[in-house]
Design a protein around this ligand. Structure first.
Ligand SMILES: CC(C)(COP(=O)(O)OP(=O)(O)OC[C@H]1O[C@@H](n2cnc3c(N)ncnc32)[C@H](O)[C@@H]1OP(=O)(O)O)[C@@H](O)C(=O)NCCC(=O)NCCS
Length: 200
């Protein structure tokens, strides 16, 4: 995912003028072995000391681990920036928080709010008036219709559809291709059409 976000960053608003790409940090120092045409791996996340002009984005897909890693970097003074692809659609008054990544052909509707350190993947739609918390992941081809609320740390997997005014609580998971018509309780996983709690 880090390699994908590197490639995406070069197509985002502000690349080359507001920010450039310095390199990766990863606790696996062999993460780029066998891959070519990428910038340097500068060191581990746990040891990295943010420099005065550094800005960060995180490509970690697991929202719980993403939060731990980003919070640890923020405590060391790291500044996160949003990455918005040039071909994403961001409608009037939509707000996108620091560290969030909005991929190509994603739509953020009018007056919607996306918090910090979220990932909205390609072709996802977060429609008008949705409120998305921090550290939320919305996978490709998901549809969040108008007024949906997704709280911190939730993961909405590929092609899920969240119906009008649904609330997905903290750290909940919505399985791929689910149609969600009711509130999803914190920390639970739902799947299917209509989506029901996975008994685990
Ligand atoms: C929801 C999900 C997280 C559950 O994973 P899990 O906890 O490992 O669940 P399991 O694979 O053990 O499946 C448990 C049961 O749920 C069912 N199930 C799993 N995912 C389902 C889905 N998306 N829709 C309907 N049923 C599903 C399985 O058939 C199984 O049913 P059974 O007990 O009757 O056999 C996972 O299936 C999923 O949707 N992952 C998303 C993948 C994805 O889109 N990734 C994005 C990459 S960018």
């Amino acid at each position: 995912m880090g390699r994908t976000v590197y490639s995406l960053a070069k197509e985002c608003i502000g690349y080359g003028s507001d920010f450039d790409i310095k390199g990766f940090i990863d606790d696996n120092l062999k993460a780029l072995d066998g891959f070519s045409n990428y910038p340097a791996l500068l060191g581990t996340i746990k040891d990295y000391r943010p420099q005065p002009d550094d800005v960060f984005v995180s490509s970690i897909g697991n929202t719980r681990i993403n939060r731990l890693v980003c919070d640890s970097l923020k405590k060391r003074g790291a500044k996160f920036i949003p990455l918005i692809h040039q071909r994403a659609v961001v409608r009037s008054n939509a707000v996108i928080g620091d560290g969030s990544i909005i991929c190509e052909f994603a739509t953020i509707g009018a007056d919607a709010k996306v918090g910090c350190n979220c990932l909205v993947q390609a072709y996802a739609c977060v429609a008008h008036d949705c409120v998305v918390g921090d550290y939320v992941r919305i996978d490709t081809h998901c549809t969040c219709v108008g007024g949906v609320e997704i709280k911190d740390g939730a993961m909405i997997h590929t092609s899920a559809v969240l119906s009008h005014n649904v609330v997905v609580e903290e750290n909940a998971v919505v399985g791929a291709c689910s149609f969600v018509i009711r509130r999803v309780k914190a920390g639970t996983t739902v799947t299917g059409n209509p989506a029901r709690r996975l008994n685990k």
